[in-house]
Structures are given as structure tokens and as C-alpha cells.
Design a protein around this ligand. Structure first.
Ligand SMILES: *Cc1c(COP(=O)(O)O)cnc(C)c1O
Length: 359
């Protein structure tokens, strides 16, 4: 029997076991081709079908139409931090950003380097423990950029800002396709795949045609979103193996009943952990404001760093891996992306509750 732990790593993260089994079964001989999909041409009919299906299923799961383009590119979400202003921030406009912690701060830095940046909201003064409600959009805003889930701080948007005619752009790296939301509110969504979608090395970009129409000429070819949109991400060699796994993950999501079913399970998972925290405020301190708590990354503190370390290492020895908070904030973090089964949340809650009884 292969040993599998409950993997709470924040990213790269656990993948659905059913998906990994398909990958294993198809690894040496993809659908009778006698070769791995890793060894296939990205111009082959087999890869073309994977690419098409991944695009179609993304649109189906998001409930969006053909006015959106689904791209699979390299460079991680971090490369998008620069590609967005390069493509979408003309000199006579200002890019608006909301700063909710590490990742949005990095996105802001790139925009500042490349053009006019306006801070439309920030929770920096309180250590990013909440989502700013009051936003201040400049009249010449090119777009508003937000980060839907703050992987490190454990906060998440549960209501998205109303931006009127200003395009809303969202880094959804750590909560994409985890719940039913109105995806058509966004002009652009992007996500590194390694948290909720698949393996590292591929970034999903979903972009509306109306944004593509505003891109100026003269951008280096590979940086221009239109290059990838017009060629269905086949301008050059795409991160093909990653897209193949994403396609399988999308089929897995659909097989469970789509985002409605996935959201239901994610709700139960986060309720399991948060109710444990809330039942014992003398011992557990949730670090995010209650109404802005993340469903994906539950961040908490124990009475001392010593106890935190002890919990993390005992958990690891018991088969619950990856509970250490991000190195920049410390504490304990329970990351529960789509692929973490409810059983994992229940078992780790039992373990934490038992740890509490012993301390
Ligand atoms: C992990 C993460 C990133 C960084 O993604 P890379 O693919 O490593 O560049 C960006 N934004 C958010 C919200 C993240 O959680």
C-alpha cells in the first residue's frame, strides 16, 4: 500500500487522489499512443483535445461565455503581477489596488514600477487581518486589482467590491473554483495552478475580450495576452503536463457536482476547524477578523510559540503534514483546498482537540 498523509501544505498542495491515479495509469501510455503525454507534441490531436477540454470545462465551471479567453501560461501568478500593468495600464490612466497582504503587496510593487498606481484600500495598519470595505477608486482607473484569498494572512473576500465600469482584476491563486461566485463580475482572473487547480508550472489566466481590445501594440510578443488568446495558448510550447492535470482536476470537480458541491464540502471543512478554535478562546486565537476568515487557509495562534512548534511536529509524526504558518507570520495554518477531503479536516480537528486536552 502506498503511504498517503493528510497534506495541509499551502502550495504546492494536495491533489485529488483519483486524479493522481489517472495520471499514474496513463503515465507510460497515454490513450494508446504508446507514449506519455509528457513526450507528446503539443501539436498532437491528443494534446489539442486536452487543451480544448480544459478551456471548455473552465468556462463551464465558471459559468462564463466565449467573450472570455482561458489561457495557460508559464511564469506563475507572480509574472502576472507585471504582465497586468504592461498590458492594461496606459500612461494616462491609474491602476487601483487593494493591499490585503504579501501577494497583493507584490502586485502593487510591479504596478508602481510600470506606471501610475493608486492604493484604493489597505488593511496594512492592522497587520492585514481584515478585508478593507471602503474603497477609493480614482476617476481615471484603468482597473481595480484585488487578491480574493490571502493565503498567508488567512483572510478572504466574501463580498466583492462594486466597481461600476472599472474592470475588476483578481488574483485567485488560492481559492479559484472553491465556491460558487459570479465570475462574470471579473474582467480578468488569474491563478497559479499549484494550490487549487493542479501542479506548479502553469498559470491560468481568464480574460475578457473587452480588456484584450485595449492592449496597445509594441509589447514583447510573449508578454502580450493577445498572443496567447489568439493561439489558444499554443503560440509556443505550453506547460502541457500541467494543463493535462488541470483538465483532470476540472473533470473531478464536475464529477462531484460542480462548484455547488465543492463549496458545500469546503464550508463543512472550514466550519469544522473554526468551531474548534472558537470553542476554546483561551487556547486558540484565530488571526483573521471573523467575517473575513478564509475558508482555504485557517490561520491561528496558540498561547506560545513552543506549543505551536510542538503541535506542528506532533501533527507531522501523526500524518498531518504542512501545518506550519508561513515563515513571515509564524503560527499554525490549516490549508484546505478543494482536494483536501472532509475526512482530513475532521481528523486534524480531532488531533488538535486531543493536543489541547494534553496541554
Ligand atoms: C501562492 C500565491 C501566489 C504566487 O504564485 P506563484 O505561482 O508562485 O507565482 C500569488 N498570489 C497568491 C494569492 C498566492 O497564494
Amino acid at each position: 500500500m502506498t503511504k498517503r498523509v493528510f497534506n495541509f501544505n499551502a502550495g504546492p498542495s494536495t491533489l485529488p487522489l483519483d486524479v493522481l491515479k489517472i495520471v499514474r495509469d496513463e503515465l507510460l501510455d497515454y490513450k494508446g499512443t504508446g507514449m506519455s503525454i509528457m513526450e507528446s507534441s503539443h501539436r498532437s490531436p491528443e494534446y489539442d483535445a486536452i487543451n480544448d477540454t480544459a478551456i471548455a470545462l473552465t468556462k463551464e465551471m465558471m459559468g462564463i461565455g466565449d467573450d472570455y479567453h482561458v489561457l495557460f501560461v508559464g511564469g506563475g501568478a507572480s509574472t502576472q503581477f507585471a504582465h497586468i500593468p504592461i498590458n492594461l495600464l496606459p500612461e494616462d490612466k491609474t491602476a487601483a489596488y487593494i493591499d490585503t497582504g504579501t501577494w497583493s503587496t507584490k502586485a502593487i510593487k510591479e504596478a508602481q514600477n510600470l506606471g501610475n498606481m493608486h492604493l484604493a484600500g489597505s488593511s496594512k495598519e492592522s497587520g492585514y487581518n481584515y478585508i478593507p470595505r471602503d474603497i477609493d477608486l480614482p476617476s481615471n482607473a484603468a482597473y481595480l486589482h484585488i487578491t480574493s484569498n490571502n493565503t498567508i494572512k488567512g483572510t478572504q473576500y466574501h463580498v466583492f467590491p462594486e466597481t461600476g465600469n472599472v474592470p475588476l482584476i483578481c488574483d485567485m491563486s488560492s481559492d479559484i473554483l472553491s465556491r460558487e461566485i459570479d465570475f462574470s463580475k471579473f474582467s480578468m482572473i488569474y491563478a497559479g495552478a499549484q494550490k487549487n487547480l493542479g501542479p506548479s508550472g502553469v498559470t491560468m489566466v481568464v480574460i475578457h475580450q473587452s480588456l484584450l481590445d485595449t492592449i496597445p501594440d509594441g509589447i514583447p510578443t510573449m508578454f502580450d495576452y493577445r498572443t496567447h488568446a489568439s493561439k489558444r495558448s499554443l503560440f509556443n510550447t505550453p506547460p502541457a503536463f500541467g494543463v493535462y492535470v488541470i483538465k483532470l482536476v476540472l473533470e473531478w470537480i464536475k464529477g462531484q457536482g460542480g462548484l455547488k458541491a465543492v463549496e458545500e464540502i469546503n464550508r463543512k471543512k472550514k466550519d469544522t476547524i473554526y468551531s474548534l478554535i472558537d470553542s476554546d478562546p483561551d487556547f486558540f486565537t484565530g488571526t483573521a477578523k471573523v467575517e473575513d476568515r478564509s475558508w482555504m487557509n485557517v490561520t491561528l495562534r496558540l498561547p506560545s510559540e513552543e506549543l505551536e512548534q510542538k503541535l506542528i511536529s506532533e501533527a507531522k509524526a501523526t500524518g498531518f503534514v504542512g501545518l506550519k504558518g508561513h515563515r513571515s507570520v509564524g503560527g499554525v495554518r490549516v490549508s484546505m483546498y478543494n482536494a483536501m477531503p472532509l475526512e482530513g479536516a475532521e481528523k486534524v480537528a480531532e488531533f488538535i482537540s486531543d493536543f489541547r486536552k494534553r496541554h
